[in-house]
Write a protein that binds this ligand. Structure first.
Ligand code: WTA
Length: 655
């Protein structure tokens, strides 16, 4: 793995300023008294015997057959709850539908136009079982992959749980990804079944999802079955023999469907995420360990109670939605809220109106959203009664202390602990986080590893760095919800994550520092992955999308800091002979990126240039481009074959 520079933290403030952040917030005694966990001894207990610690949570779930061994660790391959049999849908739904929770809301969903659907655990049980029967009737068998390309509507979690019920791994592709991106993921997973919808609402307009799905399907030769949810009621083309309406299939399906007995290590789902090459990675998560990990962290980090209404604002198309809208909360028998649309529709107080309407107790969102709320102003939350809120969370990128304090004041009204949770698609579950009844928080720090998790900050040689020094975040022992492999690419799994130091230390790809109290401060990615408004994008994917355009000879993309989105792509482009820079061409390149990846990846800045800073061997020095977009002094240019270009680009960029 190449040597990489530890970043200064973007966007808001460099790390030294952060480490001088001296405000601390202790858990309030009232909170501590009612917390699911309040005894700091749990850290030591878990560290002494992590396997027993995790087994304790696993025992709170329902197993068809108990495991023989908690962990089989042949680095870098882990198996958790070896020999155990269970079904995730039975744990998330059936288990609660049999108890006092049968008429409790499992899911409260609100559409953007204001339509509401509430599904009790009993309702969810019937819907999931019905849809599981539908899938079976269409020939989906245990082990077959099913792709979903859906917006935030109840059919998405229903379909996921139905897949889990019959042992068919799901692959949810974020609804905002382009048809090309969807096709690439379906082909990689060799999926023949796609679940999509006619359309959905976004800022008062219909997005025609089925048309987008059809575009994708033209590039997926193996797809033979498409299930279409009717959401907006718009007319959409239906291909005879291939496309079927969800509601018609459901009308005929029986509402009993015995769950498959799954092995703890059977694949539950795969989730494509961006890595350091042009090809997205199908991160594979399995059954017993994943469920135990998300169950445990939901219970302790969000302090969930049976009486709570919990709302995670993420999209289920990303890992946060999988773990902390669907599986974690439902495994806990919670009420989980889902919202289809935009936070500023019809006005910028939509979320706060919903918090008040449903009496939301626990609220989880991303720093980019908080910075957006800050910019809109505190008058929007102030319009509503937010007194039901008792705990707030953030995830997805480093949170700057200003945003943390704003969240604390204007949403938490200075009475809610904030949990800043660090984790990844690969980790499956939260790994670094405060425990709200125990941890004294510091704005901007994710604080400490969850009990049972061993994390450190290492240098290139794998030595722990001293307090205050930058290094690479490393996880030093296995955890139950860890990824097991990359779909059809076990070698990349090893190389990407377990090859930087020894084979048993996980390389996260994030820079970090620890302070004198041992608190972790995350610094952002150290590889060619960027984080745009909480969405993970690869610079390589962007570059290869750009060079697909006929006018482009070469392109280099780096992440530029952005006040609200955290980071945005900035592209430096060399044109082919015969093409000249123009506004139209700039727009054409943005369109191209939108076509290949999706709107979220549109470059914010495109700079046409006759040349790029390159080493003598012809390698683009992205480090210098990063210096430029971050407004830093240019680093060493002596190894360049064209040293003058860096300064020229800097001036052009900031002109
Ligand atoms: C970043 C999202 C700082 C980090 C769950 C990580 C964070 C990447 C935090 C994973 C946090 C996530 N503080 N950085 N609390 N949470 N990150 O796979 O760079 O979409 O590697 O998973 O987001 O993004 P992913």
């Amino acid at each position: 793995m190449p040597r990489m520079a530890i970043p200064e933290r973007t966007p808001a403030r460099p790390i030294d300023a952060l480490l001088r952040e001296s405000r601390t917030f202790e858990p309030a005694p009232e909170f501590r008294r009612q917390a699911n966990v309040s005894d700091p001894a749990v850290y030591e207990l878990a560290a002494r015997d992590p396997e027993q610690f995790w087994a304790g949570f696993a025992r709170e779930l329902e197993w068809v057959r108990p495991w023989d061994r908690v962990l089989e660790w042949n680095p870098p391959r882990a198996e958790w709850f070896v020999g155990g049999k269970l079904n995730v849908a039975a744990n998330c739904v059936d288990r609660h539908a049999r108890t006092h929770r049968k008429n409790k809301a499992a899911l409260i969903w609100e559409g953007e136009p204001g339509d509401v659907r509430t599904l009790t655990y009993q309702d969810l049980y019937r819907e999931v079982s019905r849809f599981a029967n539908v899938l079976r009737s269409l020939g989906v068998r245990r082990g077959d992959r099913v792709t979903m390309y859906l917006p935030m509507i109840p059919e998405l979690p229903i379909a996921m749980l139905a897949c889990a019920r019959i042992g068919a791994p799901h692959s949810v592709v974020f609804g905002g990804f382009s048809p090309t991106a969807l096709a690439q993921r379906m082909n990689d997973a060799e999926c023949r079944v796609l679940i999509t919808c006619d359309g959905y609402w976004r800022r008062g307009e219909v997005v025609f999802q089925k048309h987008r799905a059809d575009d994708a399907l033209r590039q997926v030769p193996g797809a033979d079955t498409v299930i279409v949810v009717r959401r907006t009621g718009d007319r959409v083309p239906m291909q005879a023999g291939r496309d079927r309406w969800w509601h018609e299939l459901m009308a005929e399906a029986p509402s009993e469907c015995p769950p498959e007995e799954m092995d703890a290590e059977d694949v539950l789902f795969m989730m494509y995420t961006s890595g350091t090459t042009g090809k997205p990675k199908g991160i594979v998560h399995t059954t017993g360990g994943y469920l135990t990990g998300v169950y445990a962290t939901t219970k302790w980090v969000f302090d969930l109670k049976d009486s709570d209404t919990y709302w995670c604002m993420a999209d289920i198309g990303w890992i946060t939605g999988h773990s902390y809208i669907v599986y974690g909360p439902l495994a806990n028998g919670a009420t989980t809220v889902m919202y289809e649309g935009s936070p500023d529709w019809p006005d910028r107080d939509r979320l706060w109106a919903m918090v008040a309407k449903y009496g939301v107790n626990v609220f989880y969102t991303a720093p980019t959203a908080i910075r957006q709320f800050m910019q809109w102003g505190p008058e929007y939350p102030a319009r509503h009664d937010l007194s039901s809120l008792r705990l707030l969370g953030t995830v997805g990128e480093p949170i700057n202390p200003e945003a943390w304090m704003w969240y604390h004041r204007h949403i938490g009204r200075e009475g809610c602990p904030i949990v800043d949770t660090w984790w990844q698609t690969e980790t499956g579950m939260i790994l670094i986080t405060p425990l709200p009844g125990i941890t004294t928080t510091k704005p901007g720090s994710a604080t400490r590893p969850f009990p049972g998790i061993e994390a450190d900050v290492l240098d290139d040689q794998g030595r722990p760095v001293p307090p205050g020094a930058g290094g690479y975040l490393a996880i030093k022992s296995p955890w139950p919800a860890m990824l097991r492999t990359i779909w059809r690419d076990p070698e990349r799994y090893v190389n990407q994550y377990w090859n930087k130091w020894d084979r048993s230390t996980y390389y996260a790809g994030d820079g970090a520092k620890r302070d004198e109290d041992g608190y972790f401060w995350l610094l952002g990615r150290v590889d060619d992955v960027m984080n745009v408004a909480g969405h993970r994008l690869s610079t390589m994917e962007l570059e290869s999308a750009l060079v697909e355009h006929e006018a482009v000879a070469e392109a280099a993309v780096v992440a530029a800091p952005h006040e609200i989105k955290g980071q945005v792509p900035a592209a430096f482009v060399i044109l082919q002979n015969g093409f000249g820079p123009s506004r139209e061409l700039e727009e054409g390149l943005r369109k191209k990126v939108e076509e290949v990846i999706g709107k979220i990846a549109r470059p914010e800045r495109i700079l046409f240039t006759p040349d790029l800073p390159k080493t003598r061997s012809g390698k683009i020095m992205r480090r210098l481009l990063k210096d430029i977009v971050e407004g830093r002094e240019l680093g060493d240019t002596t190894t360049l074959r064209n040293p003058e270009i860096a300064e020229e680009l800097r001036q052009a960029y900031w002109r």
